[in-house]
Design a protein around this ligand. Sequence first.
Ligand SMILES: *[C@@H]1O[C@H](CO)[C@@H](O)[C@H](O)[C@H]1NC(C)=O
Ligand SMILES: *[C@@H]1O[C@H](CO)[C@@H](O)[C@H](O)[C@H]1NC(C)=O
Ligand SMILES: *[C@@H]1O[C@H](CO)[C@@H](O)[C@H](O)[C@H]1NC(C)=O
Ligand SMILES: *[C@@H]1O[C@H](CO)[C@@H](O)[C@H](O)[C@H]1NC(C)=O
Ligand SMILES: *[C@@H]1O[C@H](CO)[C@@H](O)[C@H](O)[C@H]1NC(C)=O
Length: 393
Amino acid sequence: MHSAKFLAVAAAFFGSAIAKDCDDDIEVKEANPVLSCDTVKGKIIVDDSVAGDLVLEGPEKIEGDIIINNATGIISISSSTIESVEGKFELVGLESLQRIGMNALTSINELEMRKLPALRDLTFGSKGVTEATIVTITDTLIDDLSGLMLDKVESLDINNNKRLTNFESSLVNITEALKINNNGKGMTVNMPSLESAKEIQIANVGSFNVPALETVSASLKLDKCDIKSFRAANLTSIKKALSFINNVQVTNISLPVLKEIGGDLRIVNNTKLTDIGSFPKLESMASINFGGNFKKGELPALEDVPGAAEISTTAKDDDGEEFCSYWDDLGDKIQGGVECTYDNENALEGGDKEGGQNSDGSSNSDDDDAAGMVSVNTALMGLGLLAGIAQLL
Ligand SMILES: *[C@@H]1O[C@H](CO)[C@@H](O)[C@H](O)[C@H]1NC(C)=O
Ligand SMILES: *[C@@H]1O[C@H](CO)[C@@H](O)[C@H](O)[C@H]1NC(C)=O
Ligand SMILES: *[C@@H]1O[C@H](CO)[C@@H](O)[C@H](O)[C@H]1NC(C)=O
Ligand SMILES: *[C@@H]1O[C@H](CO)[C@@H](O)[C@H](O)[C@H]1NC(C)=O
Ligand SMILES: *[C@@H]1O[C@H](CO)[C@@H](O)[C@H](O)[C@H]1NC(C)=O
């Protein structure tokens, strides 16, 4: 009995004594490598000749990177032991890769998954990967990212994953950029806990839900989305630009507590948007650029715009005239000058004043005075734009 106990203790002792670190980089040249260490201090680099089901059993901690590039014959990658990758976990150009099952993995410094055209199935630790610094997932066939249960991330870039139609995340803080672009049609993006982010760029999504978002410390841009409405009920401040461009379905933009925009406020080419939106508390922005089918639009709390306002609408007659006279009347608050044209067939694209009407009823194209006024205002607008660009730097 004593000796049995002794043996068990000795085995435990011996077991931990042989558990060793691997100090060097490991080059993997077969699908079932022997990795007899707990911690890999260097990198694991998988040769591009490896094919089939790659199994990385043994180590728990990888202090360097795991790099798997251009191994076009790999079909699956799995590990039930690896818990953390302190460097980069890079999976690029794996044309046959269908499944990733890293059942113990919870922490990755940098995750890069690119050009994985067959990848459908992604499983991380039972609670998912909760910590990562930089996550890039592009050009895959993934339809589910629920394995990413990130609490914290610096930047998250999810683009061109054509089967991904939903992304849910409980992230609270994105200290660098959130970029979601060109995934599955009508993709819903639901981030109910997100409170702050630096840069947000969203394109080609069907909905973007950020009810708790309070601050954006660079820009917020929504482009080419199919969203019908956008509301950010708690958003008070955007340090750089806010833009809504080419969102063909949007009819309602509502930012009920937004107070300041450090850069340009740009709302252009959103075909169904007839009211610029609801900004009841918005006091300042560097400059303004609105172009669309607007009949209504007001900034009731506006105090100061150091740059210019370049505004155009396709609305004709009384609608157009009233729309523009509101902005012209705000001229004392807009230091770079206001130029508003209505009945402007190029208004949607936010630009060319040719053919439009100024608010005094004169036509831009065939009235010399009006043309002169356009050029003066364009010069001022240059200053306004410069002010806007300065804010972006
Ligand atoms: C992978 O293949 C691409 C295209 O063939 C090539 O540009 C790239 O350098 C390769 N990467 C590595 C790490 O071999
Ligand atoms: C977000 O992270 C930044 C940088 O780490 C920090 O300064 C900020 O307080 C955090 N905000 C929230 C809401 O956690
Ligand atoms: C919005 O902010 C208020 C006040 O800070 C907070 O009580 C509320 O929970 C926030 N709303 C959401 C959806 O987070
Ligand atoms: C826009 O949305 C706000 C809040 O969601 C709502 O109160 C308002 O009625 C909507 N306006 C239109 C024109 O749909
Ligand atoms: C404006 O939107 C239309 C249709 O939505 C699109 O075809 C056009 O390219 C857009 N214009 C610009 C300048 O992006």
